[in-house]
Ligand binder design. Structure first.
Ligand code: FE2
Ligand code: FE2
Length: 200
């Protein structure tokens, strides 16, 4: 068989089935490295945004550690770890950025909460900027509203404490790998309509 190393085309519309078979194999191999690329990106948050008592990485680790301490399931823990991963690349929509990364691999409930955590967090500080702390009320009819309230209250807003016993990134690596090894967009992964508690 002809061993192709690159495709034959310079315009996508001229590609053959062999070309797209080759690309499909490359894509699958590349996708298998997603978890490790995410862990590497998280590690970079160690020297991001200043002013807080903890780095963005420590905040992320602590948020995930609190989720674990509450007995939350793996979807919650990985979401808690990754919820601010967009801080460097998408500072104005970091919540939906993170939600889109996890959306094919976690329960719908969890990606909804991550997508909207920014507006739910405003209850803690927006008044200091003369903005509406209750802007989240527009989402009040959503079935996962209370989950987002609890995510922010229990895990996110409380995780800026340099004295909290916070494990290193490696502690969460196997959970991240497990979640991103799931079949993307599978119904058994998304489990639409199912709500798992944050605290068990
Ligand atoms: Fe955030
Ligand atoms: Fe956060």
């Amino acid at each position: 068989m002809n061993e192709m190393t690159t495709v034959s085309f310079t315009k996508m519309k001229h590609g053959t089935r062999d070309d797209y078979d080759l690309l499909g194999r490359h894509e699958a191999e590349y996708a298998a490295g997603t978890a490790d690329r995410l862990l590497a990106q998280l590690a970079k948050l160690g020297d991001g945004l200043s002013g807080y008592k903890v780095s963005r990485l420590e905040h992320s680790l602590q948020t995930a550690a609190r989720a674990e301490a509450d007995g939350a399931d793996i979807d919650w823990v990985v979401a808690a770890l990754l919820h601010d991963i967009g801080d460097e690349l998408a500072p104005h929509n970091h919540d939906s950025f993170a939600a889109d990364i996890i959306r094919p691999f976690v329960r719908d409930q969890v990606s909804w909460v991550v997508q909207h955590h920014g507006i739910f967090q405003m209850v803690y500080y927006a008044h200091h900027y003369d903005r509406d702390p209750e802007a989240r009320r527009k989402l009040a009819d959503h079935p996962c509203y209370q989950d987002a309230v609890d995510f922010c209250e229990r895990w996110d807003q409380s995780s800026f404490d340099p004295d909290y016993p916070t494990p290193p990134l490696e502690h969460f690596a196997s959970k991240v790998r497990e979640v991103f090894a799931r079949p993307a967009w599978d119904e058994s992964v998304l489990r639409k309509g199912l709500r798992e508690p944050l605290v068990s």
